[in-house]
Write a protein that binds this ligand. Structure first.
Ligand code: ATP
Ligand code: MG
Length: 377
C-alpha cells in the first residue's frame, strides 16, 4: 500500500490523475490483504516512466509499465478501453482514454470495477460496494456483451464465486449459460489457470456447481468430471489436490485430464498420489517412499490429518544414504559382485529398517542380511 501511495502522490504532483484500482480495492474493502496493488493513471506510459527511476515495460503496448521501488514492482496502467474482440478473447485494439470512468467500465465485474484515492476514498460507479456486501458477482454493463467480448470472463466469474464464496447474479449467470460454448476459444493454459485457482479457493464446491449449472462443463475437456460432491474435499495450497480429488472420486487415471496439459512433474505427482491412496493404510513405508507433495495431495480425499512432514521426520531413516550398511558391505557379506541383486537387497533392508523390523545398526543388518540372503538363495 505504501509503495502504491507513493507512486500515486508522485503522479499527482506531476499533474496527472492516479488511483488504486481493481482487485486491490476489492480486497481492501473486504478487509483482506491484497497481494498486489494496481494503479491506473491518466499519464501515458512514457510520462509514467519519466517520473520514476526504475521501470520495466511489462505490457507497454497495453499501457502497463511496472515501477520498481526497493526491488518491488507495482503495475501502473494508463486509463484505457478495449475493443473488437474478434477471437472472444484478446482485444484487437487498446485505446487510451481520458477518464477513470471509462477505464472502470471495461472491467469485468462490479466488485473489480472500483477505484480508490490515496486518501482511501472509494470511486464506485457500478455499485461494487453493495455487491461486495451482498456477496454478488455481477458483470459491469450488459453481461451478454461482456462475455461475448471475452470468454475468459465466464470462468473468472466462476473462479471468484469460489474464492469469495459469492453468488453469481442471475442475469450474469444466464449470460454465461448462453455463451458457454465460447469457452472453447480460450487457450487451455488460461482455462487451467482459472481452474487451478478454484482448486485452492475457499469454496470450490460453489464454483463447481456453477460450472455445471451454466453448462460450461459441456465445453471443457472431460467436463463431466467436475460434476461431483465436493463437500468431502480437503483443499491444500496445491491445486493438484483438487485434480487428485476429482480423479480419485471418479476412479479415473491421469489420462482423463491430460488435455489440461500438466507439467511432467505434476503428472508424476498425481499418479503417485493415486498409488498412495490405493494403499489401505498409510504405513511407514508409504511415508518413506512417496514425497511430501504426493502425500499432501493424496490427503485431499483420504483425510489423514497427520502432518506428512512430521511423520516423515520421525522415520528411522530419511533416505538410503542413512542406512548403516552400504552396497560394499552387502557385496562383502554375500561374497558377490555388484549386479541387480544389490539394488533388490538394499531395498529389502531399507523397507525392514523403515518399518522398524530391523534396527539401523551395522551388526544387526549384517546378521539379518546373512540370514535372509541364505534363505532366499
Ligand atoms: P486476483 O486477486 O486474482 O489477482 P484481480 O481482481 O486482481 O484478482 P487480475 O486478473 O489481477 O484480478 O486483474 C486485475 C483487474 O483487471 C481486475 O480486478 C479487473 O478489474 C481487470 N480485469 C482482469 N481481467 C479482466 C478481463 N478478462 N476482463 C475485464 N477486466 C479484467
Ligand atoms: Mg491481481
Amino acid at each position: 500500500m505504501k509503495r502504491a501511495k507513493y507512486i500515486i502522490a508522485r503522479l499527482k504532483e506531476a499533474g496527472f490523475e492516479a488511483y488504486m484500482v481493481g482487485g486491490a480495492v476489492r480486497d481492501y474493502l473486504r478487509g483482506a490483504v491484497p497481494h498486489d496493488i494496481d494503479v491506473a493513471t491518466s499519464a501515458s506510459p512514457e510520462q509514467v516512466k519519466a517520473l520514476f527511476e526504475r521501470s520495466i515495460d511489462t505490457g507497454i503496448e497495453h499501457g502497463t509499465v511496472m515501477i520498481l521501488i526497493e526491488g518491488q514492482g507495482t503495475e501502473v496502467t494508463t486509463f484505457r478501453t478495449e475493443s473488437g474482440y474478434s477471437d472472444n478473447r484478446r482485444p484487437d485494439k487498446v485505446e487510451f482514454v481520458k477518464s477513470l470512468h471509462e477505464d472502470l467500465k471495461r472491467r469485468d465485474f462490479t466488485i473489480n470495477a472500483m477505484a480508490m484515492t490515496e486518501q482511501m476514498e472509494i470511486i464506485d460507479p457500478f455499485g461494487g460496494r453493495d455487491d461486495l456486501k451482498a456477496g454478488i458477482i455481477r458483470a459491469v454493463g450488459v453481461p451478454e456483451e461482456r462475455f461475448s467480448e471475452d470468454a475468459l470472463r465466464m470462468l473468472r466469474a466462476i473462479r471468484f464465486s469460489g474464492q469469495l464464496n459469492f453468488q453469481i447474479d442471475l442475469a450474469t449467470k444466464q449470460a454465461i449459460s448462453d455463451y458457454a460454448k465460447n469457452i472453447q476459444s480460450v487457450a487451455m493454459e488460461r482455462v487451467k489457470a482459472e481452474l487451478d485457482k478454484v482448486m485452492v479457493s475457499a469454496a470450490p464446491g460453489i464454483s463447481m456447481k456453477y460450472l455445471v449449472e451454466t453448462r460450461l462443463t459441456r465445453f471443457l475437456p472431460s467436463g463431466g468430471l467436475f460434476e461431483l460432491d465436493w463437500s468431502g474435499y480437503t483443499a491444500s495450497f496445491d491445486p493438484l489436490s483438487g485434480w487428485f480429488y476429482l480423479l480419485h472420486k471418479h476412479g479415473e487415471a491421469f489420462s482423463a485430464i491430460r488435455d489440461y496439459r500438466f507439467s511432467n512433474q505434476d503428472k508424476k505427482d498425481l499418479q503417485r498420489a493415486l498409488e498412495a491412496s490405493r494403499l489401505p493404510l498409510w504405513d511407514d513405508w508409504v511415508y518413506y517412499s512417496f514425497t511430501e507433495r504426493q502425500l499432501t495431495i493424496a490427503q485431499a480425499a483420504t483425510h489423514k490429518t497427520e502432518a506428512v512432514k512430521e511423520r516423515q521426520q520421525a522415520l528411522p531413516i530419511q533416505s538410503k544414504s542413512e542406512l548403516a550398511a552400504n552396497g560394499r558391505d552387502l557385496m562383502e557379506w554375500a561374497g558377490k559382485k555388484a549386479g541387480p541383486w544389490l539394488k533388490d537387497w538394499t531395498l529389502r533392508i531399507e523397507k525392514a529398517v523403515v518399518e522398524r523390523r530391523l534396527a539401523n545398526d551395522k551388526e544387526r543388518i549384517k546378521d539379518w542380511f546373512i540370514d535372509e540372503y541364505h534363505r532366499h538363495t
